[in-house]
Design a protein around this ligand. Structure first.
Ligand SMILES: [Zn+2]
Length: 210
């Protein structure tokens, strides 16, 4: 409420309290009092009980406004919570899916062939991409009628060798701690192998949490 109005109203208040105001002044004072608790209080101090109602009405208006603001704030907090919970649920679903994918990771190569031409060479390779750091089981069943089968697991970058085994008959099972990333799993035939019949099944899979 501006100062000039409050000052004008302060001058009019004694007349208003005595009921000596003109109709125009009374309307002016009452409309001002409805919105100005300070002037309404002044009128109450003069012993006029109309002021009490005006002050009360003003206080109630302020309470209502406060309640409205609170409700608005509560609604925005609730909306933010809903968004946050939705986001967490989505992240959880993705996390569980990634976990399930990692836990069910498995790749295999197997073949049964007779090699006439190959002498000392790569038979087959694959490039598994491990989804997660953890324990993986490497199973190797392989045999060659002449020469030796060699199986090597190396990292796809840097070519660090994690495991290698060689022999004419292999029946191996190893559990390895491996990082996430790309690998090379390769099967070679070593030695004089003309006409060798080879047979292999190599599996790399994630070890379950049991
Ligand atoms: Zn005032």
């Amino acid at each position: 409420m501006d100062q000039v109005s409050c000052e004008v109203v302060a001058d009019l208040l004694p007349l208003y309290a005595d009921g000596a105001c003109s109709g125009g002044s009374r309307a002016l004072v009452e409309s001002h009092l409805a919105g100005c608790a300070q002037c309404a209080r002044k009128l109450a101090e003069m012993g006029d009980d109309r002021a009490e109602q005006l002050v009360e009405a003003d206080a109630q208006r302020q309470l209502k406004e406060l309640a409205r603001r609170h409700t608005r704030r509560r609604v925005s907090v609730l909306a933010a919570l809903v968004v946050l919970v939705g986001l967490l649920c989505t992240m959880w679903v993705f996390y569980r899916r990634a976990e399930a994918e990692a836990a069910s990771f498995s790749c295999q190569i197997s073949r049964s062939s007779t090699y006439d031409q190959i002498m000392d060479g790569l038979l087959e390779g694959m490039h598994p991409r491990l989804p997660k750091k953890g324990r993986y089981r490497l199973r190797i069943r392989a045999g060659a009628s002449s020469g030796a089968i060699r199986v090597a697991l190396t990292s796809g970058t840097g070519y660090k060798t994690y495991y290698t085994v060689s022999g004419s008959q292999l029946d191996e099972e190893q559990t390895l701690q491996l990082d996430e990333g790309s690998y090379v799993l390769a099967i070679y035939l070593d030695g004089d192998t003309a006409g060798s019949a080879v047979d292999y099944a190599v599996t790399l899979e994630a070890v379950g949490k049991k």
